[in-house]
Structures are given as structure tokens and as C-alpha cells.
Design a binder for this molecule. Sequence first.
Ligand code: UT7
Length: 335
Amino acid sequence: MYNSKIIGLGYFVPDNVVTNDMLSEIMDTNDEWIQERTGIKERRHVIKGEDTTSTMGVKAARIAIERAGIDKDEIDFIVFATLSPDYYFPGPGVLVQRDMGIKTVGAIDIRNQCSGFVYGISLADQYIKSGMYKNVLVIGSELHSGGLDMTTRGRGVSVIFGDGAGAVVMTREEDNSKGILSTHLHSEGAHAEELSLIAPGMGKRWVLDILKDNDPDDESYFPYMNGQFVFKNAVVRFSEVIMEGLKANNLEPKDIDMLIPHQANLRISQFIQHKMRLRDDQVYNNIMKYGNTTAASIPIALTEAWEQGKIKEGDLVVLAAFGSGFTWGSAIIRW
Ligand code: UT7
């Protein structure tokens, strides 16, 4: 059995900055409310026609591959996590394979929302551990802005989410004390609809129903979140799954050099930091600049932290996520 490790990281965010004040011009919201409840100051929105979920993923992937020092033809498998795919089907993994001119390797799409990147890391880790693949490209990318209700009706959700992409290249590591030490994944479908986008789907709102009803007031096209319920579950599950990962490796919170929490809400990150008694330099947050970019938030934050020299060889890096499903997970990494 091998271990896997991250050897290249990259991210891409659109240039178009949308501040809280800009949102307050199109809906009944304000900078004070958004910052106080979420910590978000601004986010990026794609200008239609300039990018898609998959093209942002490609841009992040190109940087990650270059930094990994490998050729794209050495990629053995593609993992793409998103809740906002270019198409209903096929998923964006194959679009990356096409657009990057990667040879006809397998490409899989992950539908685990905010936890998608951690699920993706876990999947890649298993493929590499078993020896099946050597180099795996893992991408998390979201284009939320094209699907948000940008009116006062949708303000509880639409001020939170932003667009962007992050990617990593993972490869084989012969030393079992390095790289991904373990991953821990969970789900609780009992709360599936508490953070969801119902239509179009083949459950409650068929495409045929939507066409038949042609109802402009139909909210099922837009993401729904029971914010306080999600918040309460998030703080519990984040803490649990970080502790589960640490315990599995005989580690404690004080051993963490860098915790990269999924950027759901700055208040959630601060709650976890406080609960685990971590210093400011042990936790990386960038939700202030980008909002919640769902599957992209961890790889964007991980890349930024690495670029800023905050992650060094030998460091204990912990990734943790919670979101729609509910799903949650952690990855414990010796860098
Ligand atoms: O990434 C996946 C995981 N996601 C999360 O973990 C998010 C978890 N939840 C949260 O972060 C928070 O629940 C929110 C930030 C989404 C909302 O904060 P909250 O403190 O739970 O607010 P609320 O939904 O209870 O709304 C409080 C008030 C309401 O008004 P009334 O009923 O008290 O008069 C809302 O209508 O704030 C109002 N409100 C807003 N006001 C100004 C909701 N959204 C806005 C807004 N601007 N954008």
C-alpha cells in the first residue's frame, strides 16, 4: 500500500468583484448584516460568457499541474466536485478531459456539495493507495451566480455564495508517515432538503412539470437553506469529524499546524477555532474575499495558504467540510 500526497495546487477566481454594497443596490440587504452574520465583504461572480464551472476548473487545474512538475499526459484520473455543473449531464469531469487535451483517462463527478472536495481527496487517495492510479487531478469548482435568486426573496442565500475553482494534483508517496494520513466521510440524508435545490430533478419537480407550469414564481429552481438549522448542525459535525480524524492518528488539536475549514461562514470557523483552542495562525479563512464557494472553497483556501508560505513540509494540515446532504468529512495530511 502507498500513501498519496498533494504535489501541485492552483486556484482561479473571476475578476468581477461583487461587494456587499453592490448587492444592497439590487435587494434589501446591507453590508453590516452580511459582515456581522457571515464575515463576507465581497465575492466574485462570473460575467456570463467568460467562464463556466468547467473552464474555471481547467484554469485552476493548469496551475496545479504546472506546479506539480508533471505533464498533463501523466494524469491518470480526473475527479471533479461541484453542485453547479455546466450541464445536467454529462458532468464537468469529461469537459476537463476534453478541454485540457488529456488522454482518455477516467473522469468522475462528485455530487457532495460543500464536502465535495474532501470526498474527492478521499477517492483519489484510495485509488493511489491501492496502486490503481499514480497521478490524480482533483478539482472543486462552482459557478453559483448564474443560479441565485438575486432579489430580496433570495437574500438569505444569495449574499453568501460566490464563484471560483481550486485544484490539486495528488501522487504516490512511498513513505507511509507522509501525505494523506486518513480521510473520514459522513452523511445524514434525513436532512437532505434543509439545504437543497429541488428543480430541475426527477423527484419532486420534473422538467416536464416546470415546462407545463411555466410559473415565474416557482422558487424550486433556487437554492434553499434552513440557515439556523444548518448552522447548528455544522458546528457539531465540523468539530466531530476533525476530532475523529485527529484521534485516528493519535493527534490532538494542538498538533494542527493549519486547519482549512470549508468556508461556509466565518462565525462557524471562529466557533471551531475557539472550541479547539487554536491560535489565529492555525486556521486559514478567506470567506471575506470570496464568500462560500462550496466545493471550491477548500482548494482555493489551501492554495492561498500554501502560496503565502503558511503550509510547509512536515506540517500537519487538516481539511474539514460540512454541507448539503447533509455530508461532512475531514482529511488529515502530513505535508
Ligand atoms: O456551506 C454549507 C453550509 N452552510 C452553512 O453552514 C451556513 C449556515 N447558516 C448560516 O450561516 C446563517 O444561518 C445565515 C448566515 C445563512 C443566516 O444568518 P442567521 O443569523 O441564521 O439569520 P436568519 O436566517 O435567522 O435571518 C435573520 C433575519 C430575518 O429577518 P427577521 O425574520 O428576523 O425579520 C431574515 O429575513 O435576517 C433577515 N435576513 C437578511 N437581512 C438582510 C436574511 N438574509 C438577509 C440579508 N440581509 N441578506
